[in-house]
Design a protein around this ligand. Structure first.
Ligand code: IMP
Ligand code: MG
Length: 186
């Protein structure tokens, strides 16, 4: 596999900026859930790095769980928004205060679908925390309670987000060089 440098056009959000923002989000969530039960739900795989950093900034005792989904579509790189659950949560969320932790909200279709599913399980409350918000791409309105960064309509990678499954390990968010990598149409 080539070095990520091959595909990087620019660093959009450097590591320190990410970490400062995550600290702020952690403080906000800690304030909002002070004295309450808190359960973080992460959608695999993109949200994992954000979740683990965010957890360290949340001072309220909390539990975590994971789910995985795949988008229906013609090609397997397609993000159509019709999601299929490929791995369900381990624990019941009925009566829990759930915060869904996401890497990025683009069209909003995926999130809308997941929120609809989770709502049927009767959590006490259900909020969303996303690191990135590509607001101008929204097709389905979704309530975002905690947002790290509103970003322009550019394909990004790093910090959990992949290019064909690679480079999730990068500590920053980079913009892809579209002369070298063609993003999946979504
Ligand atoms: P949505 O259903 O259009 O909101 O798509 C959300 C999903 O698309 C995210 O969870 C990501 O997996 C993927 N996605 C959208 N934009 C990007 C991007 O710029 N880089 C990497 N993945 C992206
Ligand atoms: Mg995702």
């Amino acid at each position: 596999m080539q070095s990520y440098h091959e595909f990087l056009s620019e660093v959009l959000i450097p590591e320190q900026e990410l970490q400062e923002k995550i600290q702020q989000l952690g403080e906000e969530i800690s304030h909002d859930y002070n004295g309450q039960d808190l359960h973080l739900v992460c959608i695999l795989r993109g949200g994992v790095m954000f979740l683990t950093d965010l957890m360290r900034e949340i001072t309220v005792p909390h539990s975590i769980d994971f789910m995985a989904i795949s988008s229906y579509g013609v090609g397997d790189r397609q993000a159509s928004g019709h999601v299929r659950l490929t791995m369900d949560l381990r624990d019941d969320i009925q009566g829990r205060n759930v915060v869904l932790v996401e890497d990025i909200v683009d069209s909003g279709n995926t999130l809308a679908s997941v929120l609809g599913l989770l709502a049927t399980r009767k959590p006490a409350s259900l909020k969303v925390c996303t690191l990135l918000d590509k607001a101008e791409r929204r097709e389905t309105e979704v309530p975002l309670d905690y947002v790290g960064f509103v970003i322009p309509n550019k394909y990004v990678f790093g910090y959990g987000l992949d290019l064909d499954e690679y480079y999730r390990e990068l500590p920053f968010i980079g913009v892809v060089n579209e002369d070298r990598y063609t993003p999946p149409d979504s």
